[in-house]
Design a protein around this ligand. Structure first.
Ligand code: GRF
Length: 200
């Protein structure tokens, strides 16, 4: 682990992207997972991480009743204690303030299910269908204080098919997320920020 970058992964749900990242960090990969952290103690991703022998932690956001700074002051502690060099948001569903981002700017990544800068925010698949887009996809970007807005490190595109629903489109894109995020992390951990473009 000494010469490897340490990666903390933040999840809110099932953590399928976390699993893909963890499974990719083997052999000559320049990074290793050091922590999986969630805002939900019941998140399925925590159970999967523990089963993989990875340290886990949870900081429930609900007791903070919308006081983002107070929540983030607790959330940041396990990440700092883990010694993480890189932070990956992977299905993490809390908006982070500039204060939190400031701890990790330049070394925090996020995956977003759209071809940014299109469709920042939520319900991206429904919005792409509503717009009649012929293609859709996912983006890995560096996290900056502006939501879903940092430098793009990779994108994967899929065609929108006749009869697609938000669910079928999301499922097809999730497959591409699991290809894209590991590839971007491998390069990023090796010091290469050149964007990755994949076609699904
Ligand atoms: C994925 O669609 C991802 O794009 C979004 O959260 C969803 C669930 O991700 N950020 P995961 O299965 O919890 O990794």
């Amino acid at each position: 682990m000494s010469d490897k970058k340490k990666v903390a992964i933040l999840v809110s749900g099932g953590g399928s992207n976390m699993v893909a990242l963890v499974e990719s960090m083997q052999g000559d990969h320049p990074a290793r997972p050091c922590l999986v952290l969630s805002n939900d103690a019941e998140a399925g991703g925590l159970k999967k991480a523990a089963a993989a022998g990875i340290a886990t932690a949870a900081v429930d956001h609900r007791p903070f009743k919308g006081d983002r700074a107070a929540f983030e002051a607790e959330l940041v502690k396990p990440i700092l204690e883990s010694g993480a060099d890189i932070v990956c948001l992977a299905g993490f569903m809390r908006v982070l303030t500039a204060g939190f981002v400031g701890h990790f700017q330049g070394r925090m990544l996020n995956i977003h299910p759209s071809l940014l800068p299109k469709y920042k925010g939520l319900h991206t698949h429904a919005r792409a269908l509503e717009a009649g887009d012929s293609e859709h996809g996912c983006t890995v970007h560096e996290v900056t204080p502006a939501l879903d807005d940092g430098p793009i490190l990779g994108q994967a595109r899929v065609p929108v098919l006749a009869g697609d629903t938000a669910e079928t489109l999301a499922a097809r894109i999730l497959v591409q997320e699991h290809r894209l995020y590991p590839e971007v992390l491998r390069r990023f951990a090796g010091g290469d920020r050149s964007p990755v473009y994949l076609q699904g």
